[in-house]
Design a protein around this ligand. Sequence first.
Ligand code: ZN
Ligand code: FE
Length: 255
Amino acid sequence: DSSGMFEILLIPAFKDNYIWLLVRDGHAAVVDPGDPTPVIARLEALQLKLDTILITHHHADHQGGVEELVARWQPRVFGPAKESITGCTHPLSGGERIEVLGQAVDVLQVGGHTRAHLAYYVPGAVFCGDTLFGAGCGRLFEGTPAQMCDSLARLAALPDETRIYCAHEYTEMNLRFAVAVEPHNRLLRERVERVARLRAAGLPSVPSTLGEEKATNPFLRCGEPAVVAAAQAHGAVDLSLVPVFAAIRGWRNSF
Ligand code: ZN
Ligand code: FE
């Protein structure tokens, strides 16, 4: 239809990557096409023209398919200005508003996993790459804990009903850690069961909602007494937000 939002379709790739395909009126956009093969197959099967590629960050599992897709459809390529993105035609820094398939999309700066990582927000959905995951967050490869805290706060400020379209199926593993951090969080226990059922049925656990993440994701809960206590037990001395986040993230790395 010509009114309303694009449809959002899931293309699984590699071992646990999710590539998001946005579709409206025979046109398409794709978020983080790390592998061109399944994207081309889906575009052909649905007879879609690829207009736009949105890249969240420079890692190969997110942009490895750009070259082949550009050769075939010549789409616009949006990505972080301060990272090396193949064929980037529209470099972004965050704060911009762009148009994708007739829809206004807000670009958010969410550095931390990589230094200039971006997220793409439309009312109801955010495509956040490797920044926020189901019950977890990305590793700090290039950014600092303070930068990641800031980025997560920017995402946490979105409406609770916002669906979290992250780029990996890591939720079950993340939930095991979340339970270790907050063994007495009832909503977390319920989420563990819900996700186990989905995964056992071969279904994705993504997208979740921001409200669900705020209730169960330890990295969005670094002000909660139980999370602060867990951070203290894992070496945090200063119990303000950033050191608590850093201690929890550090514990996760060796979990
Ligand atoms: Zn990555
Ligand atoms: Fe990744």
